[in-house]
Design a protein around this ligand. Structure first.
Ligand code: GLU
Length: 297
């Protein structure tokens, strides 16, 4: 892969080759929660859907913890995520992957993209961009000053061609606070871990154009995506980890076991009748015998 004649360094090329080889070996899915709090039932329902798709396809299912945004990480969340998945019998393959272990890798990509001229520094404030759902290109033509100015660092944006069909605008790949942006990290991870299929919540559909633009910039094929509807509370509101929407604990305290909770989650996806009790493995067996089903609420 070249960008304006700038060859990809060998170690990055090897990572891509490894990822592509893994991906061509069959279904590889992943669940990628951010450790911002205890998982609520909506997160767990999405995890169940993602696990079911991977297992139904005889595939691999990875657990990736998106812990790059350290100020938003909540103590104990990494452990509680793993505990809750295990309790429900949603087993993942290999050790959990922590994005924070791969910071060097993301920075290597950033630095290559920057040297290849694919990025530009942007000093627009959030407020300046409020009226623009798509970045209007304000800093594209500015001078490439990457350092501090007025006590602030710029964000690094990917220059996305105006005729790009995804309509993402110029995507931020490194935030002004210095953190690697989710849009870059997730794309690099899907590629390097050879993910063929992403099943995640409907709320992340909005990030698809940005991610497609990053795949295009890296001249790589995106995985397939399936977005499952979000579970809502009785007022139709989205559940939120940060607002501490209820997770497993109250159900466990009320004496429910994994089969009862899995039955509830599966019923809310219309996979089984309300009141059903079955473990994740039993649900998988059940679905394997059906010709079609729709992951819908
Ligand atoms: N870590 C992101 C989140 O929990 C999701 C990543 C993804 O599934 O693409 O919102």
């Amino acid at each position: 892969m070249h960008r304006q004649g700038l060859e990809l360094p060998d170690h990055l090329r090897r990572l891509l080759d490894q990822g592509n080889a893994l991906r061509s070996g069959g279904y590889r899915g992943r669940f990628a929660p951010s450790p911002t709090g205890v998982m609520h039932l909506g997160n767990l329902r999405t995890a169940l859907a993602s696990w079911l798709e991977a297992r139904r396809n005889g595939g691999v299912w990875l657990l990736r913890i998106d812990d790059l945004d350290t100020p938003r990480n909540s103590p104990g969340a990494k452990a509680s995520i793993q505990r809750d998945l295990q309790w429900l019998g949603l087993d993942w393959d290999g050790p959990a992957i922590f994005q924070s272990h791969y910071r060097g890798r993301y920075y290597a990509w950033l630095s290559w993209l920057r040297r290849a001229g694919a990025l530009f520094p942007c000093r627009c404030s959030r407020r300046m961009l409020l009226d623009h759902p798509i970045y209007p290109g304000t800093c594209r033509m500015g001078q490439k000053r990457w350092g501090w100015q007025d006590k602030r660092l710029p964000s690094w944006r990917l220059r996305v061609p105006d005729d790009d069909p995804h309509g993402s605008g110029d995507v931020v790949l490194r935030r002004a606070d210095g953190f690697v942006a989710y849009q870059l990290a997730t794309v690099i991870d899907e590629l390097c871990f050879g993910i063929s299929d992403v099943v995640r919540g409907e709320d992340l559909r909005a990030s698809l154009p940005a991610q497609f633009s990053v795949y295009a910039a890296l001249v790589q094929q995106p995985p397939r995506f399936l977005h499952v509807p979000l579970l809502r509370d009785q007022h139709g509101q989205k559940l939120s980890k940060r607002k501490a929407s209820a997770g497993l604990a109250p159900l466990q305290d009320a004496g429910l076991d994994a089969a009862a909770v899995t039955g509830q989650l599966a019923a809310s996806l219309s996979l089984v009748a309300p009141g059903a009790r079955l473990t994740a493995r039993e649900l998988l067996q059940d679905l394997t015998h059906r010709s079609t089903y729709v992951l819908d609420s």
